[in-house]
Write a protein that binds this ligand. Structure first.
Ligand SMILES: Cc1cc2nc3c(=O)[nH]c(=O)nc-3n(C[C@H](O)[C@H](O)[C@H](O)COP(=O)(O)O)c2cc1C
Length: 176
């Protein structure tokens, strides 16, 4: 099988998840390419059996490159095996909102583009204040993110990694 993992990231955590998904699928004897949608995808999807698309969630939305990829390629994706994933803090901190978040960040996006992915997953993300400018740091602090992280036992002066690598590995294996 040949797979393509495409992703949009702002701060890098979704890229690491995409690489990990690719490594898992490769380790099962498959051919996997990885593409960062910072640049629009200008290759062909022909020849790929499985397309996996991931995006970080910033301010309640998918990152632009991943949104644009779906808008441009949804017709081709319709005839492919497709899987979607997002990385965000809401699924980690607000598991009671799981159904609502899944609808908002995955199901509605797929439906909007006439797509029926075979699998969709929500993973935790990363907060790393060393990567944010003053405005973003102030905003996140004002929104209570630092307090939520510290209440959950994280040290916000270091990268706070909300990703569950075992969960990510199990999901990727399930796609093979
Ligand atoms: C400015 C900012 C806004 C964010 N907004 C949301 C949000 O609305 N919902 C959410 O679930 N996570 C939110 N997050 C958490 C990110 O989804 C998380 O940091 C993720 O790992 C970002 O992906 P990236 O590292 O690939 O860019 C936000 C993070 C930042 C820095």
């Amino acid at each position: 099988m040949k797979a393509l993992v495409l992703f949009s990231t702002k701060y890098g955590s979704t890229a690491e998840v995409a690489e990990s998904v690719a490594t898992t699928i490769r380790s099962n004897g498959n051919d996997v390419d990885v593409y960062n949608l910072k640049k629009p995808f200008d290759g062909t999807l022909e020849g790929y059996d499985l397309i996996i698309l991931g995006s970080g969630i910033i301010a309640g939305r998918w990152i632009r490159g991943a949104r644009k990829f779906l808008a441009s390629h949804h017709k081709t994706l319709d005839s492919k095996r497709l899987a979607l994933f997002i990385c965000g803090s809401e699924p980690y901190f607000e598991p009671h909102r799981n159904d609502e978040l899944r609808k908002r960040y995955l199901e509605d996006i797929a439906t909007e583009h006439g797509l029926q992915p075979e699998s969709m997953a929500m993973f935790g993300g990363v907060f790393d204040f060393s990567k944010y400018g003053l405005v973003v740091t102030k905003l996140l602090t004002k929104m209570g993110v630092v307090k939520v992280l510290e209440d959950a036992g994280f040290d916000a002066s270091k990268p706070c990694d909300l990703r569950d690598w075992e969960e990510i590995g199990i999901w990727a294996s399930g796609l093979v």
